[in-house]
Design a protein around this ligand. Structure first.
Ligand SMILES: Cc1cc2nc3c(=O)[nH]c(=O)nc-3n(C[C@H](O)[C@H](O)[C@H](O)COP(=O)(O)OP(=O)(O)OC[C@H]3O[C@@H](n4cnc5c(N)ncnc54)[C@H](O)[C@@H]3O)c2cc1C
Length: 463
């Protein structure tokens, strides 16, 4: 049974519903209103609107069209970097459209557009359920899911986008529609991994999973041991016996000396392996034995309730100034591990906070005809590198080091990029298969020929 209402009422009130919800340059609050989660991004929209309901979103789209503006929906601004100039653009912040309703019997969550992952994870856990959340508790559910959504549970259960059961959105012509398997099938397909080019999403319905606990945590080693740890981790991920229940991430982690970081980790550098296992801990222990034999200085792996997974990766849980980018890795021979250690490990030319390799495959690599625009991920690993930019002078060296990491790993890069880990502008054709990209373009032309909806990784409407 769906947790959505059977029909969606058409909007009844005119654009005046937006009174008090639009912040223009003249307002004292403009700087606060235009701020993205990534504080290094200086967003300069024509105005910012804070709708409080789907009806307000309809009014905002009408307002934008009436004023000759484009409209850029934004949940948190985690991936605001690639948006570029927001001239003549109304930034539509969904922060105030919030709420999670769990239908425990149907294992479904209806999530309103401004909700962040921790809200869903905690609401689902109250019913013994889990969602395909990512590593960060305050990433927006909608932005993450429209871009694909790679969770620690995804090797077993696939992309979050393919666990979507319905999406409510306001189209560029101001219609509030529900897209699901039976309604608006093209939109439903495009929204599941095709990004934010097709409308303003107001709510999303996700399939949940009956999972209460995981065996998970982090193995910490001194950063000097990068080579042996990375090679042992590579062996584990290449093992034929590796079950989809185990997901691991290897990374070089340099924690900044700030009070938010626990004292024992603050200001220190490590090579780490995160492990997330569903099922018998004994099975995980056997698989992780070679990594434990290397003698980690700290081993936090334990059976934990699912909400604890949202904090294990130690992603910043509040806005930060950062610059980063990703690259998908097709294969990881031992030479690639050496290159990774050389560029990102102990002797890196510039210290980034995180340079990580996430192991993919499993269900992530299995396409299915019922899936959306991003059916599967054709890469064995996802690389992501990022540094903090507390002062503008650090932006150039951080970006140069992120670039150096990508260049060092380029010989093993996959042909496709992953939209969510792309924090700079990329050729959109690289995010999808050729066939999927052409279909996305046809759908964009049909639903938004004037290119009113602006996403961070846009599908071109014309050409
Ligand atoms: C610390 C950190 C950890 C991360 N971990 C993971 C991870 O584990 N797995 C993973 O897959 N990704 C991860 N990401 C990437 C993340 O999924 C993307 O940055 C994603 O775009 C964030 O969504 P958002 O809504 O928070 O960001 P925003 O910047 O607000 O949104 C990004 C884009 O999504 C679209 N969008 C957002 N809301 C709407 C809406 N209501 N209607 C239409 N379009 C909309 C827009 O095009 C917008 O430009 C991580 C990012 C960071 C910074």
């Amino acid at each position: 049974m769906s947790v959505y209402p059977a029909t969606i009422d058409p909007p009844r009130r005119p654009a005046s519903v937006l009174a008090g919800k639009v912040v223009t340059r003249e307002h004292a609050r403009f700087d606060e209103a235009r701020r993205a989660w990534n504080l290094a991004v200086d967003q300069q929209p024509a105005a910012v609107v804070f709708p409080e309901s789907a009806e307000d979103v309809v009014a905002a789209v009408q307002y934008a069209r009436g004023h000759g503006l484009r409209i850029a929906p934004q949940g948190t601004g985690h991936n605001a970097g690639p948006l570029g100039s927001l001239d003549n653009t109304l930034l539509l912040r969904t922060d105030r459209i919030r709420g999670v309703h769990v239908d425990a019997k149907a294992w479904l969550a209806r999530v309103e557009a401004g909700s962040v992952w921790l809200e869903v994870v905690e609401a689902a856990a109250q019913h013994g359920l889990a969602a395909l959340a990512g590593s960060s508790p305050d990433v927006g559910v909608v932005g993450y899911t429209l871009g694909g959504g790679m969770s620690f549970l995804s090797r077993k259960y696939g992309l979050c986008a393919n666990a979507v059961r319905a999406i409510e959105l306001v189209t560029a012509d101001g219609r509030l529609v529900r897209a699901d398997r039976d309604n608006e099938p093209d939109l439903f397909w495009a929204l599941r991994g095709g990004g934010g080019s097709f409308g303003v999403v107001t709510a999303i319905e996700l399939q949940l999973l009956p999972i209460e606990h995981a065996y998970a945590g982090v193995l910490f080693y001194p950063i000097e041991r990068g080579s042996e740890v990375l090679h042992a981790w590579r062996e584990l991920t290449q093992s034929d016996a590796l079950p989809d229940e185990l997901t691991t991430i290897a990374r070089f982690l340099r924690l900044p000396p700030i009070p938010d970081i626990p004292e024992e980790l603050r200001g220190k550098s490590f090579v780490t392996v995160d492990a997330y296992h569903l099922g018998d801990p004994g099975e995980a222990d056997e698989l992780l034995a070679p990594l434990r034999a290397l003698g980690p200085i700290n081993d936090t792996i334990a059976t934990v309730p699912v909400p604890a997974l949202s904090h294990l990766h130690m992603d910043p849980e509040q806005p930060v100034p950062a610059a980063g980018d990703g690259l998908m890795i097709a294969e990881l021979p031992t030479r690639a591990v050496d290159a990774f250690v050389e560029v990102a490990g102990q002797n890196a030319k510039f210290p980034l906070v995180t340079v990580e390799l996430r192991h993919l495959q499993g269900a992530l690599g299995r396409p299915h005809h019922s899936h959306g625009a991003l059916s599967s991920i054709e890469a064995q690993y996802a690389l992501f590198a990022a540094g903090m930019v507390p002062v503008p002078e650090l932006e150039a060296p951080v970006r140069a080091q992120v670039h150096a990491v990508k260049m060092a790993m380029a010989p093993w890069a996959a042909s496709h990029m992953y939209l969510n880990f792309a924090e700079t502008q990329h050729d959109p054709a690289r995010f999808w298969t050729e066939q999927a990209y052409h279909r996305l373009r046809r759908i964009k032309r049909a639903v938004d020929p004037d290119d009113v909806i602006r996403s961070n990784h846009p599908i071109p409407a014309v050409g």
